[in-house]
Ligand binder design. Sequence first.
Ligand SMILES: Cc1cc2nc3c(=O)[nH]c(=O)nc-3n(C[C@H](O)[C@H](O)[C@H](O)COP(=O)(O)OP(=O)(O)OC[C@H]3O[C@@H](n4cnc5c(N)ncnc54)[C@H](O)[C@@H]3O)c2cc1C
Length: 389
Amino acid sequence: MSPLASAFLFQSLIVCIQALNVAIIGEGVIGTSTALAIKRLDKDVNITVYHDKDFKDILSHGIAGLFRIDDGKPINRLYGAQTFERLAELWREFGGNSGVQLVSGHILSQSQEKLDAQWENYGQVVYNYVNLTYPQLHSQFKLENDELYKAIHYTAFTSEGARYIPWMKKLLEETYDVMYIKQHIDSVEELGDDGYDVVVNCGGLAGGKLAADGDEKKMYPIRGLLLKTNASWQKHFLYRDFTTFTIPVIDAVYVGTIKEEHNDSLVIDEESIEKIWGAYLELQPAFKDVEIIDRFVGLRPARVGGARVKAETRNNTNGNEYRIVHNYGHGGNGFTLGWGSAEHAARLALGFDTSQYDELLNRVHIDMPKDVHKEKPKEMSDQDRAIVK
Ligand SMILES: Cc1cc2nc3c(=O)[nH]c(=O)nc-3n(C[C@H](O)[C@H](O)[C@H](O)COP(=O)(O)OP(=O)(O)OC[C@H]3O[C@@H](n4cnc5c(N)ncnc54)[C@H](O)[C@@H]3O)c2cc1C
């Protein structure tokens, strides 16, 4: 063998020896984003994704994925800002082909406190965040006691599960040789015993059980329902009080929802549908002639204390040490926090520096960096109200 050929063989052997074997449990938005985030850090890592259901039957498949943060604690704001940046990049480079859509809309509420929280949580990350003036609110929406309502407007992204995740999966399979195996896994330790160097737990609501360390006690479902409609003329999202909403995606409009904590029923019942539809018609009567073309029920994977993004080491039955990375429990914001938490989990999986996350995990407040700081928009004034009187 020539010296050049043996040098090449030696080099290849080193690469083979060093390539890390990573197993990921879950092909929802969290598992798929984490696989991609790992590959973007190190394309030579071997990744196998395990999932126990077909993609069309999991939570992430049915979701419109509007960007909005419920709990604005510092780590979520970082995850959200990183996700927003990623979605903006996908929108620039691939547009709707990536499942990402740029969309504007309104949130109406009688609670000034809740609207203020939107500004705190993500108002400085999204585009065009403004408070509606009284005439703007009054001319668009027919509300009982409308003088009690205030509203915000912003522009952000949807990342529709049924398009965004397959788009990432295609990239993973075709460009990065990631393998997918349909198999039920009992716990992360099962894959540790199979000899993986790293096991990443993106099991959604099952994440606590898969962790096999008692975290299951912190997990609980929040039942939700979505109605898919043919109201293709609806181009803006519209929320009232964070539960009654429409979200337009690429070729449909979703109407929601209910938020039932600790209810794990996957039955799509007429009572829930009527409740959602009735509440929405009150907000936007123009929907009376709209057709419901599909319906979907899902359980938000909520966790006391928020998403668990954390690494640990355990020994397998052969006595070898392996790393476990948890990335589950994103509740009602998995698409909003997903890319940021995937980047964090990927760094933990590969042993990269995570100081920017570690610091925030212990903080209760975060000052936004100066370059993204904007002035809080003005609230509706008496002068605004006077215009329509
Ligand atoms: C009505 C509704 C509306 C929502 N709207 C939004 C929104 O607008 N914006 C937003 O950001 N979020 C929204 N969410 C929240 C979002 O849907 C979730 O946070 C997100 O889908 C969670 O993704 P996941 O990958 O963790 O879980 P899942 O999508 O549930 O995926 C879990 C994966 O783990 C696998 N798995 C589980 N157990 C095992 C096992 N034992 N063995 C092998 N594989 C296993 C499953 O097969 C699956 O592939 C909404 C949720 C609901 C219900």
